[in-house]
Design a binder for this molecule. Structure first.
Ligand code: RET
Length: 291
């Protein structure tokens, strides 16, 4: 076990080329000189916490199992988010990475180390948060599980290849090739939201709510690859603190605002949202006891 842990740390060290300890990264961000960057993390911890409490409060009298399932999916978005931002804040999911020689940020130094600060924990944790956004949206649209799980699989593929784009140091061309792959997976999700779910929401009777959520989601989600391209991982036109605030603002729109718009609607348990007492039951003709 000991040697397995040592091996895991060794792999992390080699892949991430991180010459600084988590404590040194924490000191670099919270030591005084990087207040803007530090705030971009802390603000989201606070907002994710408030969103969780907001769902607990607004969803306290939900009775229908389908409404509850949507509320839980919405809550899990912020559960992942608060953990994600805690990882960034602690320095655990940050690294200083040297870019390939022909990258615009090649030769930069950060906190005395060669390389740029890469917030790779963001891409990793989107792998876990974005499926919950899509589960909530797909259920609100009244879609089937095949389509919902297809979008979940594609968002996981999008985030993992996005992580690879951020961490590849061998070749600039390969960084952008990962970006193209990730963007292709992203377009599958956009298609399902704009075409299938829009049509299904009209049939389900949730078109009003879905249109608002769709605009916030599609416009917000397009912001991420644009920011990646403009930020330090791409063309390096924006510095790390601005890039980080960009992601934090996009997160506020695509997670907390989307969550509150949805939960205010779901909390009233309209007929277009509820599924009846048998919804999700694993035995036919049995109503699961509610505790
Ligand atoms: C990356 C870079 C590679 C190309 C593409 C990207 C898209 C990221 C998106 C992220 C959405 C995140 C959300 C998080 C909420 O918790 C990985 C930036 C297409 C769309 C909504």
């Amino acid at each position: 076990m000991q040697s397995l842990t040592a091996f895991a740390f060794d792999v992390r060290h080699h892949i991430l080329q991180n010459g600084l300890t988590d404590a040194e990264l924490f000191e670099y961000i919270f030591g005084g000189g990087n207040t803007l960057l530090a705030l971009s993390f802390v603000v989201n911890i606070v907002l994710a916490g408030l969103t969780i409490l907001g769902i607990v409060y607004l969803g306290r009298s939900l009775t229908d199992p389908r409404s509850k399932a949507i509320a839980i999916a919405l809550m899990l978005i912020s559960v992942v988010s608060i953990s994600s931002y805690t990882g960034l804040t602690s320095g655990l999911t940050l690294s200083i990475i040297e870019m390939p020689a022909d990258h615009p940020a090649a030769g930069s130094t950060t906190a005395g180390e060669d390389g740029v600060l890469v917030m790779w924990g963001r891409y990793l944790t989107w792998t876990f948060s974005t499926p919950f956004i899509l589960i909530a949206l797909g259920m609100i649209a009244g879609s089937n599980w095949t389509k919902i799980l297809t979008t979940c699989a594609f968002t996981i593929a999008m985030c993992v290849t996005g992580l690879a784009a951020a961490l590849t140091t061998s070749s600039l061309a390969l960084r952008w090739w990962w970006f193209v792959l990730s963007s292709t997976f992203f377009l599958v999700i956009v298609y399902v939201i704009l075409v299938d779910w829009t049509r299904e929401a009209e049939r389900t009777g949730t078109a009003d709510l879905f249109t608002t959520l769709k605009i916030l989601t599609v416009v917000g989600w397009f912001g991420y690859p644009i920011l990646w391209a403009l930020g330090v991982e791409g063309f390096a036109l924006l510095d790390v603190a601005i890039t980080s605030w960009g992601y934090s603002i996009l997160d506020i729109i695509t997670k907390y605002i989307v969550t509150f718009v949805a939960i205010f609607y779901v909390a009233n348990e309209p007929a277009s949202i509820t599924g009846g007492a048998d919804y999700g039951s694993t035995l036919s003709e049995s109503s699961p006891a509610d505790d």
